[in-house]
Write a new protein. Structure first.
Length: 490
């Protein structure tokens, strides 16, 4: 079978994977892996988008050197961030990182003018201070010259596709994350755009996953010495791709895409936009085949990643397995945090912030790296239980367990503690969920797979799933009560 190429870009790293479908088994080869490091310049935190484009070309070169001419390629990435294209067709400045401070206070000011009910009622999207709507509102407030000169708005995969093909398209799953797309009307919400002073002419038609969106431009082919390759839109929000790859056999399933962010929810045929969804601050993001992902963002392993970076700055170098081993040896439930507390959003000295939370909540203060990591992982597992129960309440479904996918499942301690916390089995796998979702959408578009359910069966047959059964129920039940009290959760 011919190969296809998937680029999966996360908030800390990216990879290019070559996929083949051989007798209903998926074979994946990692061609290229690279870091994705945001760059601080002055007061701004930005993405090094041209470096990412360079790495994408390196993936094409490595495919060439391996003797491969992919039948297609597609790109998925994180959500909400974007670039602006000017009249000359050139990018107007590096895209801002969603954790940049330029959106501080903007969500609150926007909600005062427009009201939360109006924004949620028209988009069904969870309120997060870095949502695209508030990034654009921040640029408008600052009278940004980039916004003044902009002709088109492209999210990160849209932008990288444009660099590759010269064609500009907006893709559905990523568009829905902006809090500017109206899922009830199936279009960009021109009323909300007008309310924040942004021209709707910046936004193009929204294409579905699996749509052909061009081919490599001649200049790219000439530079790399390769033949042109068709470019497809996949589920370009990496969570959309990860959910497409959940190896579920039952139609009603709960998932957790586990990485820098943890995203928990279920798949729905239609968005759930009502007072309860707004009150619980859930989101309705687009999925494959017109489905919607009813989910909630949880801060995820970002807190642990930032702790590791802080220790490295202090000259203490730990691998993630070393940190997990130290956490396993630390005392259980000594202290807990709410991972979604605002103090954990921005980069910085995260170990100190964990300690600050514990001091403020009257708990013993974790001192060693092992104690801090245990605090983070136990707290995440307990937050997963809380959000899973909310998901059942809002969707009207009951789940027999939880599917966990993504790089975070390599942390076996987190998987086991998640099973303990929810009191149900955790099915962990595959690790490369987003990349596999990217691949299967391409195969569906090419007619190699009939639909997403056949794709999920093929993924289940191709990759191992590890089952974690819950244990130590009484201690985790007690810890859950303590956690809800500390986090102010009903």
């Amino acid at each position: 079978m011919p190969s296809i190429l998937a680029y999966d870009l996360g908030a800390s790293s990216g990879r290019a994977l070559l996929g083949r479908l051989n007798n209903r088994k998926i074979e994946v080869e990692e061609l290229h892996r690279f870091s994705n490091d945001p760059v601080g310049v002055g007061d701004r935190l930005q993405w090094d988008i041209l470096r990412l484009f360079h790495e994408i070309k390196q993936g094409l070169l490595k495919a060439k050197h391996a003797g491969e001419t992919p039948a297609s390629l597609a790109i998925d990435s994180w959500a909400v961030d974007f670039g602006l294209i000017g009249r000359s067709g050139e990018l107007l400045g590096n895209p801002y990182h969603y954790r940049d401070h330029h959106t501080d206070g903007v969500m609150e000011r926007t909600m005062e003018r427009l009201t939360a009910s109006k924004i949620f009622g028209r988009t069904g999207i969870q309120f997060l201070p870095f949502n695209t709507i508030y990034q654009l509102a921040a640029l408008k407030e600052a009278d940004s010259p980039f916004l003044q000169g902009a002709e088109r708005f492209l999210m990160i995969p849209d932008l990288l596709r444009y660099f590759l093909t010269g064609e500009m398209h907006n893709e559905f799953t990523n568009a829905t994350t902006t809090q500017l797309y109206n899922p009830l009307e199936g279009r960009w919400d021109t009323e909300l755009l007008a309310d924040i002073g942004i021209s709707s002419s910046l936004f193009g038609d929204v294409v579905q996953p699996g749509t052909s969106v061009g081919s490599l431009r001649a200049s790219v082919c000439e530079e790399l010495g390769i033949a042109s390759v068709p470019v497809l839109a996949t589920a370009e929000h990496d969570t959309g791709s990860a959910v497409a790859a959940v190896p579920a056999l039952e139609r009603d399933f709960a998932y957790l895409s586990c990485g820098t962010w943890s995203l928990m929810g279920t798949e729905m045929d239609r968005p759930i936009i009502n007072e309860l969804a707004q009150e619980l601050n859930f989101t309705n993001e687009g999925g494959v085949n017109g489905t919607y992902r009813l989910l909630k963002n949880i801060m995820g392993l970002w807190i642990l990643q930032e702790c590791r970076r802080a220790w490295e700055r202090a000259g203490q170098w730990y691998s993630f397995p070393e940190l997990v081993s130290m956490a396993e040896k630390a005392n259980a439930f000594k202290s807990l945090i709410d991972p979604d507390a605002p103090m954990f959003i921005h980069p910085g000295d995260m170990p100190s912030r964990v300690r600050q939370f514990c001091v403020a909540s009257g708990q013993p203060v974790p001192e060693s790296p092992g104690e801090i990591v245990r605090c983070i992982l136990e707290s995440l597992a307990l937050k997963y239980r809380y959000v899973l129960e909310l998901t059942e309440r809002l969707s009207g479904k009951s789940f027999s367990g939880l599917h966990m996918v993504g790089g975070g499942i390599q942390n076996v301690l987190l998987c086991q503690w998640s099973a303990n916390a929810i009191g149900k089995p955790v099915w962990a796998g595959p690790v490369e969920g987003s990349a596999l979702g990217n691949l299967v959408v391409q195969w569906i578009a090419q007619g190699e797979l009939s639909d997403i359910w056949e794709a999920r069966q093929v993924i289940r047959d191709s990759f191992p799933v590890t089952v974690y059964e819950p244990n130590d129920k009484a201690r985790w039940e007690e810890a859950y009560g303590k956690f809800c009290g500390l986090a102010g959760l009903a």
